[in-house]
Design a protein around this ligand. Structure first.
Ligand SMILES: N[C@@H](CCC(=O)N[C@@H](CS)C(=O)NCC(=O)O)C(=O)O
Length: 226
């Protein structure tokens, strides 16, 4: 296994994984060629178990035979390895720390609050929706112009650029609005801008596939609460 993975850049991932999206998006932003190896969520390959024996999760980046797990650690690795522009993390140490802070906020606050809306019903869902709105209001304050990275996509944009697409499909399934112009004016504009970036579009799964995946996720999550 290790010998055949010795060459160049490979990504073990799945387009339906937002974490996998981050890795593809960073490589494309840097213009790095890579081989994408699709992993099955429910039937993990020997290759995945070999390259990520600790968490056994996608994504994994394999670079010259060395494996790196955890999406945002991979994004930092990509930024440090291919140092040419665009730089994803800012140069200034304080700004770098803040970019890491907001990327962590995406994983620790935004994602759980949206999953909570998506996996609940009735009053629980109404409460979850209010919480998600508050969280996203805090998040939109971190925007620095067109993007979280300023005039170009940066570290935080890469961490969150899948959200508009995933939330759009979730809103259609739930028949409710999580992000609207009135309550989240800045984030709404970023939602539109970021999914319009060609590189972002190129890393997204088909809408039908995502719809089926999220519908099944919702059914399982709601059933688990009964
Ligand atoms: N913190 C990890 C999360 C990765 C993750 O949860 N990957 C999911 C796919 S979206 C996975 O491989 N799940 C399989 C499992 O949980 O066993 C990262 O940022 O890479």
């Amino acid at each position: 296994m290790a010998a055949e993975d010795d060459q160049a850049v490979k990504v073990l991932g799945n387009k339906l994984s937002p974490y996998s999206f981050r890795v593809e998006c960073s490589l494309k932003l840097k213009g790095v060629d890579y081989e994408f190896i699709k992993e099955d969520f429910y039937n993990k390959s020997e290759r995945l178990l070999h390259h990520n024996p600790v968490y056994k999760k996608i994504p994994v980046l394999i670079h010259n035979g060395k494996s790196i797990p955890e999406s945002m650690i991979i994004v930092e690795y990509i930024d440090e390895t291919w140092r040419h522009l665009p730089s994803l993390l800012p140069q200034d140490p304080y700004e770098r720390a803040m970019a890491r802070f907001w990327a962590k906020f995406v994983d620790e606050k935004c994602v759980p609050s949206i999953i909570s809306v998506f996996s609940s019903v009735g009053e629980d869902q109404e409460k979850a929706l209010k919480d998600a709105e508050e969280t996203l209001k805090t998040f939109e304050k971190a925007l620095k112009g067109k993007f979280f990275g300023g005039e170009t996509m940066g570290f935080v944009d890469v961490a969150a650029a899948w959200l508009p697409y995933w939330i759009g499909v979730a809103e259609e399934i739930l028949n409710l609005k999580v992000v609207d112009q009135e309550s989240l004016p800045l984030l709404s504009v970023w939602f539109e801008e970021v999914v319009d970036v060609e590189i972002v579009k190129g890393c997204l799964p088909s809408r039908d596939e995502l719809m089926a995946h999220l519908k099944s996720f919702r059914e399982r999550s709601v059933a688990a609460k009964d």
